[in-house]
Design a protein. Structure first.
Length: 366
């Protein structure tokens, strides 16, 4: 009786090996959670109000707030009037003690000889609007689980919104770089000769210039700020590493028996390159993509610091870390912790999943 069941293909075998790796599945779940947050944030279903000032300036996390923070309250504003949270007290302000005395001092009693003071109500209302003034109209500001930044934005919402920008920059730029490197490396390694000489000359030009100078040169040429500009900057300058490795793999594989068999049955050059050889070298591209995602997220931080990154009004993990370097001087650690923790979690999970996927796709691993 003839067996009608077809043998499992490369990807089916890879998925079977991947499911047996618990670490890989946990890493895949974490990466999937970040991608879900990316989609929900981009669609506006969550954290669309991240720019609202919902707390005081540099509001500490609710789990780290002390008694001094508990007394920092806000005022109920009149209808239609939006008040900003009062700035934190400045210990170097020469008038700080006088202002505190004014806020805490009782209202002076003036002998009006039995006549009601017409400005008494206005004076009470004015004193009630002083920063930090206490009274029956005081209302406690919302408690922020992981604190607020210098504008009073919720750090958790800001971190989720920043993930949208950083993940898009890291993944899309890595896809562009690996795509270009794979294409150039496949053509160069498979055809050889003058084609290989041309791509090696092109590769030598890019590698002879320091990477940071190349990035800044492309950034200066493009000029416009934006997420897609950063993607193009990083993608057009980061293809050299994948190109070198993919070219070496194609030179090695093009002389093997399965490629000769494909040539014997009349397969075209592009079919041999991408249908026969590429599945056997795809693990190299995946490893390079994992490395580049991590590197491009870091590069986005550098570009944002130098002024070539995301424009004003767009938040990313890079811009958050850029702000946090000044906040650390003031002892405000929560924005740095939130952005760094989110970045480390995604990068670690992505690296573990990519390593497991590389092993699952490697035909030499049984």
């Amino acid at each position: 009786m003839q067996n009608t069941h077809a043998a499992p293909g490369l990807w089916a075998l890879a998925w079977r090996r991947l499911r047996a790796d618990r670490v890989a599945m946990v890493a895949l779940a974490i990466v999937g959670a970040f991608m879900l947050l990316l989609v929900l944030s981009a669609s506006g279903l969550i954290v669309s109000d991240w720019e609202e000032e919902v707390g005081i300036n540099y509001a500490p996390p609710s789990f780290a707030a002390g008694p001094a923070d508990a007394g920092r309250v806000g005022r109920v504003s009149p209808p239609g009037v939006t008040r900003q949270a009062p700035p934190p007290p400045n210990e170097f302000d020469p008038l700080a003690e006088d202002l505190q005395a004014l806020q805490g001092a009782p209202a002076p009693e003036v002998d009006m000889h039995g006549v009601a003071d017409p400005l008494a109500d206005d004076l009470k209302a004015l004193r009630a609007q002083l920063p930090g003034a206490a009274g029956p109209a005081a209302e406690r500001l919302p408690s922020l689980p992981f604190g607020g930044d210098k504008w009073g934005h919720d750090v958790i919402k800001k971190t989720i919104k920043g993930a949208e920008t950083s993940i898009v920059v890291g993944l899309v730029a890595a896809l562009v770089a690996v795509g270009l490197g794979t294409l150039f490396g496949a053509v160069s390694g498979f055809y050889g000769g003058l084609v290989d000489d041309f791509f090696n000359w092109f590769y030598s030009i890019f590698t002879s210039i320091p990477s940071i100078l190349m990035i800044l040169t492309v950034a200066a040429v493009l000029q416009q700020k934006g997420v897609m500009t950063i993607v193009l900057i990083l993608g057009l300058t980061g293809w050299t590493g994948p190109y070198r490795l993919i070219r070496a793999e194609y030179i090695k594989h093009k002389a093997r028996e399965y490629v000769m068999a494909a040539d014997a049955i009349g397969a075209s050059s592009w079919r041999k390159m991408f249908s026969h050889i590429f599945p056997n070298v795809s693990h190299v591209a995946l490893v390079q993509m994992s490395i580049l995602v991590v590197g491009f997220i870091k590069a986005e931080v550098i570009l944002s610091f130098l002024g070539f990154g995301v424009p004003v009004g767009v938040v990313s993990w890079g811009s958050m870390l850029n702000e946090a370097q000044n906040e650390l001087i003031l002892g405000k650690w929560w924005q740095l912790t939130a952005a760094a923790t989110a970045m480390a979690l995604l990068v670690t999970a992505f690296s573990l999943f990519t390593d497991a996927l590389r092993d699952a796709l490697d035909p030499k691993v049984k």
